[in-house]
Design a protein around this ligand. Structure first.
Ligand code: SF4
Ligand code: SF4
Ligand code: SF4
Length: 192
Protein backbone atom coordinates (compact mmCIF):
# COMPACT_ATOMS: atom_id res chain seq x y z
CA UNK A 1 0.00 0.00 0.00
CA UNK A 2 2.81 2.39 0.98
CA UNK A 3 4.70 1.56 -2.21
CA UNK A 4 1.62 2.28 -4.28
CA UNK A 5 1.18 5.67 -2.58
CA UNK A 6 4.84 6.54 -3.18
CA UNK A 7 4.56 5.60 -6.88
CA UNK A 8 1.43 7.74 -7.23
CA UNK A 9 3.11 10.70 -5.52
CA UNK A 10 6.16 10.41 -7.77
CA UNK A 11 3.97 10.20 -10.87
CA UNK A 12 2.00 13.29 -9.79
CA UNK A 13 5.25 15.20 -9.21
CA UNK A 14 6.60 14.22 -12.62
CA UNK A 15 3.37 15.27 -14.32
CA UNK A 16 3.34 18.64 -12.55
CA UNK A 17 6.99 19.28 -13.53
CA UNK A 18 6.29 18.38 -17.16
CA UNK A 19 3.26 20.69 -17.25
CA UNK A 20 5.27 23.59 -15.77
CA UNK A 21 8.10 23.12 -18.29
CA UNK A 22 5.63 22.95 -21.16
CA UNK A 23 3.83 26.13 -20.01
CA UNK A 24 7.17 28.02 -19.67
CA UNK A 25 8.21 26.93 -23.15
CA UNK A 26 4.85 28.02 -24.59
CA UNK A 27 5.13 31.41 -22.87
CA UNK A 28 8.69 31.85 -24.17
CA UNK A 29 7.55 30.95 -27.71
CA UNK A 30 4.60 33.34 -27.46
CA UNK A 31 6.86 36.16 -26.25
CA UNK A 32 9.37 35.46 -29.04
CA UNK A 33 6.53 35.42 -31.60
CA UNK A 34 5.05 38.64 -30.21
CA UNK A 35 8.47 40.31 -30.29
CA UNK A 36 8.87 39.37 -33.95
CA UNK A 37 5.40 40.69 -34.80
CA UNK A 38 6.02 43.87 -32.78
CA UNK A 39 9.38 44.42 -34.50
CA UNK A 40 7.83 43.89 -37.90
CA UNK A 41 5.04 46.33 -37.11
CA UNK A 42 7.50 48.95 -35.87
CA UNK A 43 9.69 48.35 -38.94
CA UNK A 44 6.73 48.95 -41.23
CA UNK A 45 5.60 52.11 -39.43
CA UNK A 46 9.14 53.52 -39.44
CA UNK A 47 9.63 52.68 -43.12
CA UNK A 48 6.43 54.59 -43.94
CA UNK A 49 7.56 57.58 -41.84
CA UNK A 50 10.92 57.66 -43.61
CA UNK A 51 9.36 57.16 -47.03
CA UNK A 52 7.11 60.17 -46.50
CA UNK A 53 10.19 62.36 -46.08
CA UNK A 54 11.67 61.23 -49.41
CA UNK A 55 10.99 63.10 -52.67
CA UNK A 56 9.61 60.07 -54.56
CA UNK A 57 11.52 60.75 -57.76
CA UNK A 58 12.46 57.04 -57.86
CA UNK A 59 15.78 58.05 -59.45
CA UNK A 60 17.86 55.34 -57.69
CA UNK A 61 20.78 57.70 -57.05
CA UNK A 62 20.79 56.49 -53.45
CA UNK A 63 21.87 53.11 -54.97
CA UNK A 64 18.58 51.48 -54.00
CA UNK A 65 15.75 50.52 -56.37
CA UNK A 66 13.63 53.52 -55.38
CA UNK A 67 12.55 55.64 -52.42
CA UNK A 68 10.78 52.85 -50.52
CA UNK A 69 13.72 50.43 -50.73
CA UNK A 70 16.00 53.22 -49.48
CA UNK A 71 13.53 53.91 -46.64
CA UNK A 72 13.56 50.21 -45.79
CA UNK A 73 17.37 50.13 -45.70
CA UNK A 74 17.45 53.23 -43.49
CA UNK A 75 14.94 51.72 -41.06
CA UNK A 76 17.13 48.64 -40.80
CA UNK A 77 20.33 50.60 -40.33
CA UNK A 78 21.69 49.43 -43.70
CA UNK A 79 22.03 52.88 -45.31
CA UNK A 80 23.10 56.36 -44.31
CA UNK A 81 20.89 59.46 -44.17
CA UNK A 82 22.91 61.39 -46.76
CA UNK A 83 22.31 59.36 -49.93
CA UNK A 84 19.42 61.22 -51.58
CA UNK A 85 20.51 64.13 -53.83
CA UNK A 86 16.98 65.09 -54.98
CA UNK A 87 15.96 65.41 -51.33
CA UNK A 88 18.95 67.61 -50.66
CA UNK A 89 20.53 68.57 -47.36
CA UNK A 90 17.14 69.47 -45.91
CA UNK A 91 15.85 65.90 -46.31
CA UNK A 92 19.11 64.50 -44.91
CA UNK A 93 18.63 66.76 -41.90
CA UNK A 94 15.02 65.61 -41.40
CA UNK A 95 16.08 61.96 -41.70
CA UNK A 96 18.76 62.57 -39.06
CA UNK A 97 16.13 64.04 -36.74
CA UNK A 98 13.73 61.15 -37.25
CA UNK A 99 16.38 58.48 -36.79
CA UNK A 100 18.27 60.18 -33.95
CA UNK A 101 21.50 60.51 -35.95
CA UNK A 102 23.98 63.32 -36.35
CA UNK A 103 22.94 65.56 -39.29
CA UNK A 104 25.20 65.76 -42.34
CA UNK A 105 24.86 67.09 -45.90
CA UNK A 106 24.23 64.85 -48.90
CA UNK A 107 27.33 62.95 -49.94
CA UNK A 108 28.18 64.27 -53.42
CA UNK A 109 29.27 60.80 -54.53
CA UNK A 110 25.52 60.08 -54.93
CA UNK A 111 25.00 63.09 -57.22
CA UNK A 112 24.60 66.82 -57.07
CA UNK A 113 21.79 68.62 -55.25
CA UNK A 114 19.87 70.82 -57.70
CA UNK A 115 18.31 74.08 -56.63
CA UNK A 116 15.61 73.67 -59.31
CA UNK A 117 14.64 70.15 -60.39
CA UNK A 118 14.78 69.47 -64.12
CA UNK A 119 12.26 67.62 -66.26
CA UNK A 120 12.75 65.44 -69.31
CA UNK A 121 11.94 66.80 -72.75
CA UNK A 122 11.78 64.83 -76.00
CA UNK A 123 12.86 66.31 -79.31
CA UNK A 124 9.80 64.81 -80.96
CA UNK A 125 10.81 65.03 -84.66
CA UNK A 126 13.92 62.98 -83.81
CA UNK A 127 12.05 60.26 -81.92
CA UNK A 128 11.91 56.88 -83.69
CA UNK A 129 9.23 55.42 -81.41
CA UNK A 130 11.35 52.63 -79.94
CA UNK A 131 9.47 52.81 -76.55
CA UNK A 132 12.70 52.35 -74.53
CA UNK A 133 12.06 55.55 -72.59
CA UNK A 134 8.55 54.41 -71.62
CA UNK A 135 9.98 51.18 -70.25
CA UNK A 136 12.61 53.10 -68.26
CA UNK A 137 10.26 55.65 -66.69
CA UNK A 138 9.32 54.61 -63.14
CA UNK A 139 6.33 56.96 -62.89
CA UNK A 140 4.60 56.59 -66.30
CA UNK A 141 5.37 60.16 -67.31
CA UNK A 142 5.95 59.32 -71.01
CA UNK A 143 3.25 58.60 -73.56
CA UNK A 144 3.63 57.18 -77.05
CA UNK A 145 3.24 54.01 -79.08
CA UNK A 146 5.66 51.76 -80.94
CA UNK A 147 7.00 53.51 -84.07
CA UNK A 148 5.21 56.73 -83.14
CA UNK A 149 6.48 59.91 -81.58
CA UNK A 150 6.77 59.97 -77.75
CA UNK A 151 6.27 62.87 -75.41
CA UNK A 152 6.77 63.63 -71.72
CA UNK A 153 3.89 64.68 -69.46
CA UNK A 154 5.86 67.41 -67.72
CA UNK A 155 3.58 67.56 -64.69
CA UNK A 156 4.21 63.84 -64.02
CA UNK A 157 7.98 63.88 -64.60
CA UNK A 158 10.05 63.67 -61.41
CA UNK A 159 13.32 64.49 -63.17
CA UNK A 160 14.86 61.12 -62.36
CA UNK A 161 16.76 61.08 -65.72
CA UNK A 162 16.33 57.30 -66.09
CA UNK A 163 14.88 57.74 -69.59
CA UNK A 164 17.85 59.69 -70.97
CA UNK A 165 20.48 56.96 -71.31
CA UNK A 166 18.27 54.28 -72.95
CA UNK A 167 17.28 56.55 -75.88
CA UNK A 168 19.19 55.25 -78.93
CA UNK A 169 18.99 58.55 -80.80
CA UNK A 170 19.76 60.92 -77.91
CA UNK A 171 16.56 62.87 -78.35
CA UNK A 172 15.77 63.18 -74.62
CA UNK A 173 17.29 66.05 -72.68
CA UNK A 174 16.77 67.44 -69.19
CA UNK A 175 15.49 70.99 -68.99
CA UNK A 176 14.18 73.53 -66.56
CA UNK A 177 10.37 73.21 -66.40
CA UNK A 178 9.84 76.64 -67.96
CA UNK A 179 12.02 75.74 -70.97
CA UNK A 180 10.05 72.72 -72.18
CA UNK A 181 8.17 74.77 -74.79
CA UNK A 182 11.40 75.86 -76.52
CA UNK A 183 12.70 74.11 -79.67
CA UNK A 184 15.93 72.14 -79.31
CA UNK A 185 18.14 74.54 -81.26
CA UNK A 186 19.10 77.48 -79.11
CA UNK A 187 17.48 76.08 -75.97
CA UNK A 188 19.30 75.43 -72.74
CA UNK A 189 20.14 71.78 -72.20
CA UNK A 190 21.33 70.83 -68.73
CA UNK A 191 23.65 67.90 -68.29
CA UNK A 192 23.18 65.90 -65.10
S1 SF4 B 1 17.89 59.10 -54.37
FE1 SF4 B 1 16.18 59.88 -53.17
S2 SF4 B 1 14.59 60.33 -54.69
FE2 SF4 B 1 16.08 59.01 -55.66
S3 SF4 B 1 15.25 56.93 -55.36
FE3 SF4 B 1 16.71 57.31 -53.71
S4 SF4 B 1 15.43 58.12 -52.06
FE4 SF4 B 1 14.21 58.28 -53.93
S1 SF4 C 1 10.14 61.16 -68.03
FE1 SF4 C 1 12.26 60.53 -67.72
S2 SF4 C 1 13.04 61.95 -66.21
FE2 SF4 C 1 10.82 62.12 -66.16
S3 SF4 C 1 10.19 60.68 -64.58
FE3 SF4 C 1 10.12 59.56 -66.48
S4 SF4 C 1 12.12 58.58 -66.66
FE4 SF4 C 1 12.29 60.15 -65.09
S1 SF4 D 1 13.77 56.24 -76.29
FE1 SF4 D 1 14.05 58.03 -77.59
S2 SF4 D 1 13.62 57.31 -79.64
FE2 SF4 D 1 12.85 55.76 -78.25
S3 SF4 D 1 10.70 56.33 -78.00
FE3 SF4 D 1 11.81 57.30 -76.35
S4 SF4 D 1 12.30 59.34 -77.12
FE4 SF4 D 1 11.70 58.11 -78.86
Amino acid sequence: MLVALLVMAAATLLLATALTLSRDRTQRNDKHGNDIIENRYQDKALIEQINQLLPQTQCRRCTFAGCKPYATALARGEADINQCPPGGDHTAWRLAQLLGKAPKPVDRQFGIVRATPLVAWIDEPACIGCTKCILACPVDAIVGASKFMHTVITSECTGCELCVAPCPVDCIVMRLPDEVHLPRTGSTVHAS
